[in-house]
Design a protein around this ligand. Structure first.
Ligand SMILES: CC(C)(COP(=O)(O)OP(=O)(O)OC[C@H]1O[C@@H](n2cnc3c(N)ncnc32)[C@H](O)[C@@H]1OP(=O)(O)O)[C@@H](O)C(=O)NCCC(=O)NCCS
Length: 178
């Protein structure tokens, strides 16, 4: 009986240690440390600049309408480090005969944090925001390289590719929300 009790205590202590280790690993994992919050337009430059305007002057990171009250900027933080940004503008594209349209701009994730699901989190955050303000459509001009990313999230290409000076080939993409 005594041996049985000692064995039980030992086994439980091993189980307890394994459980504690799993909890510790979960608490330290990147996914647990993620938060998305509203940021200022100038905060976005920390990611816009290296990812979208590399080698260009910092002024090239300023977008028309960045500081309008209807424009929102979201930042994804991992352990307090800003690693991804996106901005959403209330902006009607006359191609779409629909009210309450929003445009995504400045979608960027630092290279070392790409392909980990953070871009998807940011787009979904925009979609939730648009739903909450009764928006009906999100559109944007997608860089050619990012089209497969947006397609995975349910966005469709509209029309032919077009070129934006100094940046490259883009596609108009959209998704109806709600
Ligand atoms: C495009 C970008 C924002 C995507 O962010 P990300 O964090 O790397 O993307 P995620 O990890 O959330 O990807 C979600 C899915 O899309 C896929 N994906 C992401 N980028 C892709 C790409 N360029 N080509 C093909 N698939 C891609 C991922 O593999 C993932 O697929 P899965 O769910 O099957 O695993 C990011 O790569 C980036 O900042 N690129 C440079 C700047 C840029 O092009 N911005 C867009 C301007 S329009």
């Amino acid at each position: 009986m005594k041996n049985f009790c000692v064995e039980l205590i030992l086994q439980n202590s091993v189980t307890l240690k394994v459980l504690l280790l799993i909890c510790y690993q979960f608490l330290c994992s990147e996914n647990f440390m993620i938060k998305i919050q509203n940021i200022s337009s100038t905060d976005t430059f920390l990611v816009r600049h290296p990812v979208l305007r590399a080698g260009k002057p910092i002024e090239s990171c300023v977008f028309d309408g960045d500081n309008l009250p209807s424009t929102k900027h979201f930042g994804l933080y991992i352990k307090e480090k800003l690693v991804g940004v996106v901005s959403i503008f209330k902006n009607k594209n006359t191609i779409f005969n629909i009210e309450n349209q929003f445009q995504i701009r400045g979608m960027a994730v630092l290279p070392e944090f790409q392909k980990k699901g953070f871009g998807e989190n940011l787009v979904k955050h925009c979609e939730n925001y648009v739903k909450n303000v009764n928006g009906t459509l999100i559109w944007f001009n997608a860089r050619e390289n990012a089209v497969p990313f947006y397609k995975k999230l349910g966005y469709n290409k509209i029309g032919n590719p077009f070129s934006i000076a100094d940046i490259g080939i883009h596609y108009l993409m959209k998704k109806e929300i709600g």
